[in-house]
Design a protein around this ligand. Sequence first.
Ligand code: AMP
Ligand code: MG
Length: 318
Amino acid sequence: MLCIGLEGTAHTAGIGISDETGTILANIAKNYFPKEGIHPRKAAEHHTSAFPELISEAIKKAGISFKDIDLISFSQGPGLAPCLKTTSTVARTLALSINKPLIGVNHCAAHVEIGKVKTGAKDPITLYVSGGNSQVIGETLGKYRVFGETLDIAIGNAIDKFARELDLGFPGGPVVEKEAKNGKYIPLPYTVKGMDFSFTGIVSDALRKKDAGASLKDLCFSFQETSFAMLTEVSERALSHTEKNELLLTGGVAANSRLKEMLEIMCNEREAKFYAVPREFAGDNGAMIAWQGIRMHKEGLKQDIQNTSVRPEWRVDD
Ligand code: AMP
Ligand code: MG
């Protein structure tokens, strides 16, 4: 069985093709990364023009034809409404034109599940860190639960904001990581409340310290050390509360080597296994949507095409 998945919640228009074992036959994307940050309508327009070509290219890359596709899945939410609408419209059109079932999937659950199938993690606590989301997720009693999450902006967004103010370009993550290599530690606000965390205080304080003369490399280093320590603390407490012994790192920020290192140290200390999603599946991608479509279909979930309107606020624990 083959599923073609359409990802389009924010800046990425992605197409993936998965079989029923999670083998990915194609995974391609076009990104809308303007320097000034994402504009929802412009992102949707970007996706409108990107999808037709991406779909044909993915089919070609997979070495299949449209008649080999058994299922179409798309990112139904959460995300930016204009982007979701474009993506769902393309998915519906494709489903109607090749006369195959359509299924809307939760973008956050897709990040978790591609991480599991690609790493072999069975029942992890997942630290899902991206441009739009930061959550600590685990499954109990057959449901995804959010054990901790950001009280304001996502860690990826915080890094991007900080980088944009310093003219480091967008997305900021890779540049900040590079700059952080030889920095010294300057204290920044460390905000963990119960199981939740907050990042806006770090951004404002880092920018204040920049104006007061702190060096770029010290600020990048300290930004990473402080925010990643917060994420590590909450992930550890979730492992402890649930008595799970696997931690999975997923989402675009999972590309960061220092974050992986800190989480790995914590896991080693408590004899838990640490898994990080492979880089190609870390950021938003169509493959994860295709794989989650297969999983839902295998569970017998079906959707009428009339019932596929977008869900911009869809929580993973809903
Ligand atoms: P996503 O929303 O999952 O596509 O992930 C995009 C986010 O990942 C953006 O906020 C990027 O700045 C961030 N990101 C990408 N690479 C890195 C990195 N090496 N370190 C930290 N953040 C990163
Ligand atoms: Mg994402």
